[in-house]
Ligand binder design. Structure first.
Ligand code: 4AD
Ligand code: MG
Length: 428
């Protein structure tokens, strides 16, 4: 069996293909079939004169999404996106599809989401998931090339990492357990084992608000590095984002075209990225007539305004400690501030990275856990990292759906993950 992607190497040969019919049009004696096999799309030309009567009858009756086996010869066709065309010699209908619910006409989002398992077959959805797959591979390559060790953090956890308001609870043999909000806490002990580690897996947040930037289940990549301090962390985040963007531009040109993504906006995302402090960001917002006071957190619209000032991602640093998680190292010059970093994507895509230097002093960390009213018993193991050869360290997390949304130019995260989990919605 031949894959469509490989057809340009088979010009003049007879091949057998298996795939699904996307579309067919017929003009009496000749029919044009658009066929997809997962690796690409090709047009097969069927002519009544060259086919058996049975095969020609099948061509007339096949429906969208029918599974087909095609035999034909490959010829060059510079006008087609695949560069080739198939001249059909025979066709077998492996399954005549029932009437496919998703057609060329416009469908509402609710309808498409209920048919997500079928919607995935559409060209834009295929393109977005292909970019996602490339981004996942690039994430692994980035870390592998730099000697990071992959540490798979657990999904079932006994304690919260990112605040207690977004926890999914479950019963663990009579004890309470939670789905992981972040693998970070488990990476920190591993940083004392390997120096440079990362995790990449599903994370969960029971976000009770409905926004285009939040999913209940998303995939987060988190590097954590021993002896890396805040300035180095900012450099790592910048290097990481520009690596991933370059990789998508290099390997996903076709997908970006299908998505009608303006690539000039992505080409700008090279080092150095602008860096501003939280305090400067507040001043910028106030100058833009936003009513926000120092000490308040940014909303989605505020992030959009801030990002609009720049043509590439912007690093926002030194947030008030009170706004951030319990584990962040205070700024030695002003302990009211945390050595915290957010990276905001351009064009209104918002925060794609959140990270910080971590507190490595045992007593300070214990105090913070108490201030945040977190149960000390559940964090003894985490405090242990500060008892046996403690060391400065830093890391960040990036939700890959936010990144993919930005590079693909997709307004809503629901199209960046095969089966999105959203507020009150878990089907299919
Ligand atoms: O800023 P967050 O909450 O940071 C952490 O979880 C840290 N423990 C990471 C670390 O330092 N190792 O989340 C990190 C990133 C965000 O910047 C965003 O990209 C993504 O995770 N994210 C979400 N993506 C989709 N839906 C949600 N509900 C998300 N919440 C966070
Ligand atoms: Mg954050």
């Amino acid at each position: 069996m031949q894959r469509i992607k490989e057809l340009p190497k088979r010009i003049g040969e007879e091949v057998v293909l298996r795939g699904w019919l996307m579309n067919a049009r017929s003009s009496g004696k000749i029919a044009f079939l658009q066929v997809r096999d997962g690796s690409g799309v090709v047009q097969a030309v069927a002519s009544r004169a060259e086919l058996s009567e049975r095969a020609w009858e099948d061509v007339q009756k096949i429906t969208q999404e029918s599974a087909l086996r095609l035999t034909g010869t490959v010829s060059e066709d510079p006008r087609s996106p695949s560069g080739v065309e198939i001249h059909l010699l025979d066709l077998a209908v492996e399954h005549l599809s029932e009437e496919f619910p998703i057609t060329k006409k416009e469908h509402g989002t609710g309808f498409l989401m209920d048919h997500r398992h079928l919607w995935l077959r559409s060209s834009r959805q295929r393109a977005a998931l292909k970019v996602r797959s490339e981004v996942s591979q690039a994430i692994r390559d980035f870390h592998y090339e730099r000697d990071f060790v992959l540490i798979d953090s657990p999904i079932l956890t006994p304690a919260a990492c990112e605040g207690t308001s977004t926890l999914f609870e479950t019963d663990y043999f009579g004890d309470q357990a939670y789905l992981s909000q972040s693998g970070q806490l488990y990476l920190e002990p591993a940083a004392a084992v390997f120096g440079k580690v990362y995790c990449f897996g599903p994370t969960f947040r029971a976000e009770k608000s409905k926004t285009r930037r939040h999913l209940m289940e998303f995939w987060m990549v988190e590097p954590e590095v021993a002896f890396l301090e805040f300035a180095g962390l900012c450099d790592l985040a910048e290097e990481f984002i520009s690596y991933l963007v370059a990789r998508v531009l290099d390997r996903c040109a076709e997908e970006l075209k299908v998505l009608e993504r303006e690539t000039s906006k992505l080409e700008a995302a090279t080092s150095p990225f602008p860096r501003i402090t939280y305090t400067e960001a507040i001043e910028t917002l106030q100058k833009s007539a936003v009513s926000i006071e120092w000490g308040e957190d940014f909303g989605g619209d505020d992030e959009t305004i801030l990002a609009e000032q720049f043509d590439r991602p912007v690093l926002v640093t030194h947030y008030p400690t009170a706004l951030k998680a319990f584990y962040m190292e205070p700024d030695p010059d002003n302990p009211e501030l945390a050595l915290a970093l957010d990276v905001l994507a351009p064009e209104g895509y918002g925060e794609i990275i959140g990270g910080s230097q971590r507190i490595h002093d045992h007593d300070l960390l214990k105090r913070r856990l108490e201030e945040h009213e977190l149960p000390l018993e559940a964090f003894q193991w985490y405090l242990d990292v500060r008892r046996y050869g403690t060391f400065p360290h830093s890391g960040f997390g990036m939700g890959i759906e936010r990144f993919v949304a930005w590079v693909c130019g997709l307004k809503h995260l629901r199209e960046t993950i095969p089966y999105p989990r959203m507020l009150n919605k878990i089907y299919p």
